[in-house]
Structures are given as C-alpha cells and as structure tokens.
Design a protein around this ligand. Structure first.
Ligand SMILES: Nc1ncnc2c1ncn2[C@@H]1O[C@H](COP(=O)(O)OP(=O)(O)O)[C@@H](O)[C@H]1O
Ligand SMILES: [Mg+2]
Length: 283
C-alpha cells in the first residue's frame, strides 16, 4: 500500500472559532493508482495532501499516516523517518515552485539534491550522469528543448511539466499534485494531466491530484475521492461521479455546515456548473 490514512483529524483555530479541516479520515491508496481528489473549496484537499507528505501534523492523540507501510505521522507527531520518506514523495503545487531566475535543467537537478553533498548544490556542479538523467526526465515531459532557458520565461503549463520532471529525477514513488492545473488554459491543463497519466502508467508512480475540474478527474483518473467539510463523501471509480453525486458533493448544504455557498432554496443548478470554475467540455 502506498498511502494509508487512519482516523486523521485536523482542527484549526482562527478568530476564536475552531474549524475542522479534516474529520476522521480513513483512506488506502495502492501503489500505482491515479486518484483524483475533488471537493469544494475549503473541503480539506490541500490540508489532506500536506498531512500525507508529513508537512503538517494532525490533531494530537490519534490519527496515523503511513507511506509504504512506514509512519509519516502518528498521534499528531511527525515521524523521525520523515526526511527519508519525503525523498520518495514529489509535491507539485498550483504555483509551480520553480526558481524563475535559474535555467530549466538546474531546476530539475534540484530534485537530486538528496543524493549529493551540499557543496554540489551550492556550486550547481552535478556529475554528468545526473545531468543526463535530468535531461532524460525533461525529454519525457517534452521539455528537453527548453533545458537552457530561464524558468521564468516558460508558460504555466511548461513550468508545471518541469516541476513533474523534477519529481521524476527525485525518484518520487508518489506524486501529490495540489491543483496543478487550476491556473492553466484547457490545452495546457490537458497536457499536464497527460504527463501525470503517462508517468503513472509507464513508471507505476502513484499519483494523487486535487482538481477543481471534475471533467479532468473523469478523463484521467481511475478513482476519485471527494471531500466535503473534511469528510470523505465519495470514494470510487471516477466514472461513477454521476450528476446527482456531483450535486450532492458540491451544492447541497448539509445541516449545520457553513461551508461552500449553495442555493439551498432555489432550483438546483445544472451539474455542468456544479464544479467551481467549470471548464469547457473537451473536443
Ligand atoms: N493554516 C490554517 N489555519 C487556519 N485554517 C486553515 C489553515 N489551513 C486550512 N485551513 C482551513 O481548513 C479548511 C480546509 O482548507 P483547505 O485544505 O485549504 O481546503 P481546499 O484545499 O479543499 O480548498 C478551510 O476551512 C480552511 O480555511
Ligand atoms: Mg486547496
């Protein structure tokens, strides 16, 4: 099993009010799965991913996250093994997180820093073998012709593919991608999703990708997990995300919930508009 989550909860306190961002989450994600994480804004997608990567600890007392059977965190404490485990987890952010003033190849090589002494990283001097491996990763995401270009000169979709190449060079066995296509135009978004799907099928890299746009979940992911107010409200084949289910996930207000805006009294909105910022349908 690649990722195991048990009874994971996280409460945040802001302005004197407690907010339950994760509410007793239980999940198992097997090696080689490609999973879409969906749900309204504020439902807990980013928080869950950050907990899986061991960037944040859950509530004290209970809750476990395991990666490849080894503890990432337990009872609100991050494991001592976390540095080693994090090398195997690639995190892709909506805002790309490349160093804009550095060239593309150097950005990809940053994925290999855990394999080299610090002086190499600081001096930017990597062995030829590592540079060739980085070029190979760039080739696989279709960005080898841009290796010498400054990252800041690339489009958003191109930057995201470089970030994927960096995770590949890192040797990540799992990629957690938090809204990687949220700020991209439809054709760039599609290309990024195709890149993730390719490394998933060719390398059996586990991919968990949070998405605003349900259409991409249905097109590219075999499984979808929907969160709502910190709870898992759907977990199954992405093709089972019927219009009724999407309406329940995104629109119907639950008793006592002050989460996503909805129109409980008005007529139900058509489901195409159910996902925030809907995308045009694919050609
Ligand atoms: N650092 C934080 N401090 C306080 N509240 C937070 C923090 N991070 C997230 N939250 C709250 O937790 C809930 C889930 O947020 P988030 O995981 O970002 O949702 P999503 O990624 O699905 O949009 C939201 O209500 C958000 O306001
Ligand atoms: Mg988020």
């Amino acid at each position: 099993m690649s990722i195991t989550v048990r009874r994971l909860s996280k409460r945040f306190r802001s302005n004197g009010r407690a907010c339950c961002a994760l509410d007793q989450i239980d999940l198992d994600i097997a090696d080689g799965e490609m999973v879409a994480l969906i749900g309204p804004s504020g439902s807990g997608k980013s928080t869950l991913m950050r907990h899986i990567a061991g960037l944040v600890a859950g509530d004290p007392g209970e809750g476990d996250v395991l990666f490849d059977g080894r503890p990432v965190q337990s009872g609100g404490r991050i494991s001592r093994e976390i540095r080693e485990l994090r090398c195997r987890i690639g995190f892709i952010f909506q805002q790309f997180n490349l160093v804009g003033r550095l060239d593309v190849l150097t950005n990809v090589l940053a994925g290999a820093i855990h394999r080299h002494p610090m002086w190499r990283t600081l001096a930017g001097v990597y062995p030829m073998q590592e540079r060739l491996a980085a070029m190979h990763c760039l080739e696989r995401v279709g960005m080898d012709d841009k290796a010498a270009q400054r990252a800041s000169t690339l489009s958003g979709g191109q930057q995201q593919r470089v970030a994927i190449a960096r995770a590949m060079l890192q040797g990540a066995r799992t990629i957690l991608a938090d809204e990687p296509i949220a700020s991209l135009d439809p054709s760039s978004a599609r290309r990024v999703m195709e890149t993730l799907a390719r490394i998933n099928s060719e390398d059996r890299t586990t991919v968990v990708v949070s998405l605003h746009q349900v259409e991409y979940a249905r097109s590219f992911c075999s499984r979808a997990i929907a969160l709502r107010a910190g709870k898992v409200v759907f977990d199954g084949p992405a093709t089972d995300l019927t219009d009724d289910r999407l309406l329940a996930i995104y629109h119907h207000r639950l008793d006592g919930e002050d989460g996503p805006s909805s129109s409980p009294s008005g007529p139900a909105a058509p489901v195409v508009a159910a996902a925030p910022e809907p995308e045009p349908a694919f050609a």
